[in-house]
Design a binder for this molecule. Sequence first.
Ligand SMILES: C=C(CC[C@@H](C)[C@H]1CC[C@H]2C3=CC[C@H]4[C@H](C)[C@@H](O)CC[C@]4(C)[C@H]3CC[C@]12C)C(C)C
Ligand SMILES: C[S@@+](CC[C@H](N)C(=O)[O-])C[C@H]1O[C@@H](n2cnc3c(N)ncnc32)[C@H](O)[C@@H]1O
Length: 405
Amino acid sequence: MAVALPAAVTSAYERLAGEFDKLSTTQKYAVGIAGGVTSLYLLAKVLKGSDRDKPTTLQLSGGSIDASKVKTEFDAYADSYGKNAGEGITDRSKTVHLVDVFYSLVTDIYEWGWGQSFHFSPKLPNKDLKASEAAHEARIAALLRLQPGQKALDCGCGVGGPMRTVAAVSGAHVTGITINQYQVDRAKSHNARQGLAPLTDVVRGDFTNMPFKENTFDGAYAIEATCHAPKLEQVYGEIYRVLKPGSYFVSYEWVSTNKYDANNAEHVKIMDEINFGNGLPEMRTWKEAEDAGKNVGFELVMSLDLATASVVAGPWEGASSTGAGAGSSPSTAWYERLRMGKYTHAINHGIVSTVDALGLAPKGLKEVHHMLVEVAKSLIHGGESGIFTPMHLLLFRKPGADKKK
Ligand SMILES: C=C(CC[C@@H](C)[C@H]1CC[C@H]2C3=CC[C@H]4[C@H](C)[C@@H](O)CC[C@]4(C)[C@H]3CC[C@]12C)C(C)C
Ligand SMILES: C[S@@+](CC[C@H](N)C(=O)[O-])C[C@H]1O[C@@H](n2cnc3c(N)ncnc32)[C@H](O)[C@@H]1O
């Protein structure tokens, strides 16, 4: 059966064929080799199905959202952000629902193009990205003093990358909570496949209203997750409630730094882009995050931006607010992984656009991917200018029993 191609396609093809004919033989070979290598790469990327740990291109889905509704849900998500500078999500009462939608839209793409840990990490000297990522997660288990037999809470657990590291290095049992059902299913499946089901559990729920009894956990942590809360006090207050007295809560917070100037239009624009592309209602300052913890009753034990390793508060002797730590060189900065990946992001966009054009991806997924390509640039700008950090470490302690000093 003959298939009639659209006129635009045939005329583009003829133009390209004409241009190709004008090339020298060597140039034709070069074009042929480049085309062959690109096709093989794309074919491998689209068809690679052996690694069941992450979705293939053809498996990219809308998470808990039906494929037919991805475009409508993405448009509604985009419309929920105000047009005024610094506005963020207009109706904050819809935040939790919008974040749930956001994670349905991005979870497969994150796993496909980043991995099972949905966070940044400082790159350690002489360690690769994965080792640096694991160290960033293992630091949590150490700060919480977790031991075998204890129970920890992962607040906003994603598909469970950090939970598996924390459980494996500490021997403690980790319960993860996420607002997104698709992430619950992914996390449970990864936990089982990686032999960590006995030390883990995953529940769907809202971390501003958790389905756990008070004084349940021996430690709690949140990695780049509480930034999604409509108000920080709501989630910190819930964590305080479910922690046993004397236990610790550690968070890697997304916050603005002292370099952020709310009167600088360029700064505000970068933050607006970061909020929109990451499902945040607004951006808080590191000081607001510290205060939120204290307001709900926590003692502040440590406050440290791991992006610059400068101690900005806390009882550590010898620390200064100007950057006592090792600091962060461009080659070790958290945003370097995004910068290194910028060509891959462009190639990925070509791949997603191709499967979209062929009708093999849910309608709207291309737009979601475009949002991520753009937010990668904004995050790099936020990191380079130093106005934003995704890793301000806050260590809090619930006052009470002295057992874990
Ligand atoms: C903590 C949060 C998420 C942090 C990061 C895990 C994600 C932030 C931006 C994401 C990405 C940007 C570019 C994507 C690329 C275009 C695509 O082809 C493959 C996936 C990306 C690399 C994607 C991966 C995850 C991020 C780095 C927020 C939400 C609070
Ligand atoms: C960027 S991801 C980080 C996931 C995980 N901490 C990691 O590092 O891989 C943020 C997580 O917070 C969760 N989250 C956001 N708002 C939530 C809410 N109100 N209740 C529960 N989970 C929420 C999201 O579902 C997602 O799993």
